[in-house]
Write a new protein. Structure first.
Length: 536
């Protein structure tokens, strides 16, 4: 295969135009082109440039060697890398008398891919998920959003699909991926029913409702390959002998024997982190971020980002990515931007308020939203590896009080926030958060250094996105679950530094951030588990 990069076509081009452009670019006869496949498609929407798609295409031709030699000095014509996935092991290679089925704790993106790859290699994993199946979990989540009723074991954070199910379904990441594990993640999603376009668009996303069906099909494949998914199985402790994991304790169930345990917990499994700490598993505090959700009219973001191209259906809703380094030394940045989406209630503990962002595949809701968050470090919350959890809890409890102690979220108009006065009425932007937003003064919702940094950042962001500091834009508190507040540190073999057979993985362990990177980490850990079986 040969890869052609930077192939530019008008955004409204006819389907056959791509092949014609390939033939022209390489001066090829049509009969010499065997196959063409789009690897990536992005767009150029600069205001003073004709709107265009930019393609990266993999092709097969009759004489690849001759063509590559002809374009040897052209950096945009090169051999295609091998992006196919290759399994590292098979369970049939393991001695039968030494085999004990691997256990995966958690069934979010990381746990799903760890279990799926283990199942595809024949290891028949057992998955323990504290929450419910995705459709039952969805009903429980709506219970909070519509009726102010929280189920601590079945919500935005806990249940089949993990926190990623109630998100934008973004499938892009900045992780280094030399082995193209990300392509494996994307391919499995497509096989399970995700739209084919996520294979090649520059910023792929699935959307919440579509993710539900995708997750169900992936679960079914794991089961068909001999794996087990056990729901409502809350892990409460760990059996460890001579620095080796030997089993897990499950609430209301007998201990489950296991010498290979993947911890795909997610960043909100606070009680499980505490159990790991009690068991002596090495962990350390790490930086994370806290802040608010900000909502603008999506049309404002489209005009600011796309100019005359705003509203073009081929491009869709515009997004943004912003960062500001404040004078007090704090970094303020946009997080989990959701075009045409909604702000959602994401708490997993009673009497606390947490926000997150979510979009459907269509991204056609009236508002754009993003977290505007401030980076903090363990120096801000001294006290050991679990201190970050208590820091988060204190902020979430305060947000619950500021919101009226009903699971409504505290909110404030941007103009009032910048002026330092409480808001009393909404303007042109109506917040999307359910159960509702209680207007107040958010100055007490975060530490003073964070409020100071955000107040400086919003006008600075105005210079990049006209209208960003509009007075009627709404801030909703509070965003605390940006990433795990701790890291369950692992070695190069992907095992815990001090407990053999324990494999910290994904967001909760501090090794991923988002659906794609969590899925990739799940694959890497599954491979490490399989290779360890082979070494025994």
């Amino acid at each position: 295969m040969i890869r052609i990069t930077e192939l530019r076509l008008p955004i409204s081009h006819a389907p056959e135009a791509l092949e014609e452009a390939i033939l022209k670019r390489l001066n090829l006869n049509p009969k010499d082109l065997i196959q063409a496949e789009v690897f990536k498609r992005s767009y150029d929407a600069r205001k003073n440039v004709a709107l265009a798609f930019i393609y990266t295409v993999d092709i097969s031709v009759k004489d690849e060697e001759k063509l590559l030699k002809q374009f040897a000095n052209d950096v945009h014509v090169r051999p295609s890398p091998d992006t196919s996935y290759h399994f590292v092991a098979n369970a049939t290679q393991v001695k039968a008398d030494s085999f004990e089925r691997p256990v995966v704790v958690g069934f979010g993106p990381c746990g799903i891919f760890a279990a799926l790859v283990l199942a595809q290699m024949g290891f028949k994993p057992i998955v323990l998920e504290r929450g419910k199946k995705v459709r039952e979990r969805t009903q429980d989540t709506w219970g909070l959003w519509r009726k102010n009723i929280l189920n601590p074991e079945s919500n935005v954070q806990f249940g089949e699909g993990g926190a990623g199910t109630f998100s934008d379904g973004k499938l892009y990441s900045q992780i280094k991926d030399p082995k193209f594990y990300g392509r494996k993640v994307i391919s499995e999603f497509i096989k399970a029913g995700a739209p084919e376009e996520i294979r090649y668009v520059a910023k792929p996303h699935i959307g919440t409702f579509r993710l539900v069906g995708v997750v169900e099909k992936m679960r079914q494949e794991i089961i068909e390959l001999g794996g087990e998914i056990r729901f409502s199985q809350k892990v409460t402790g760990f059996d460890i002998e001579d620095d080796q994991i030997t089993g897990v304790k499950i609430e209301g169930q007998p201990d489950l024997s296991a010498n290979h345990v993947v911890l795909a917990l997610g960043h909100s499994a606070r009680d499980t982190f505490e159990a790991l700490h009690v068991a002596g598993v090495y962990m350390e505090a790490k930086p994370f971020s806290v802040g608010f959700r900000i909502e603008h009219p999506q049309s404002l973001i489209d005009r600011a980002r796309l100019g005359p191209h705003a509203g073009n259906e081929l491009i869709g809703a515009a997004d943004y990515k912003l960062v500001h380094h404040a004078k007090n030394g704090r970094a303020v940045y946009s997080f989990c931007m959701c075009p045409g989406g909604t702000v959602v209630a994401a708490t997993s503990e009673p009497n606390r308020v947490v926000t997150n962002g979510m979009s459907q595949y269509s991204r056609n809701e009236r508002n754009a939203n993003a977290g505007i968050v401030v980076g903090i470090t363990p120096e801000d919350y001294p006290g050991g590896p679990l201190a970050g959890i208590e820091f988060q809890r204190a902020l979430e409890s305060k947000a619950y009080e500021l919101g009226g102690s009903t699971y409504e979220a505290p909110g404030q108009l941007v103009g009032d926030f910048l002026a330092g006065k409480a808001s009393t009425d909404f303007g042109s932007v109506m917040p999307s958060y359910k159960p509702g937003v209680h207007l107040t003064d958010l100055a007490d919702a975060l530490p003073p250094y964070a409020i100071e940094a955000i107040r400086e950042a919003i006008p600075a962001f105005e210079k990049q996105i006209k209208g960003f500091s509009m007075k009627d834009a709404v801030l909703t508190g509070i965003e605390t679950r940006t990433s795990s507040p701790l890291r369950i540190t692992r070695g190069t073999n992907f095992q815990s530094l001090n407990i053999k057979g324990l494999y910290p993985a994904g967001e909760g362990a501090g090794y991923a951030g988002g659906i794609l990177s969590a899925g990739v980490d799940g694959i890497k850990v599954a491979e490490a588990v399989a290779l360890d079986y082979l070494s025994q």
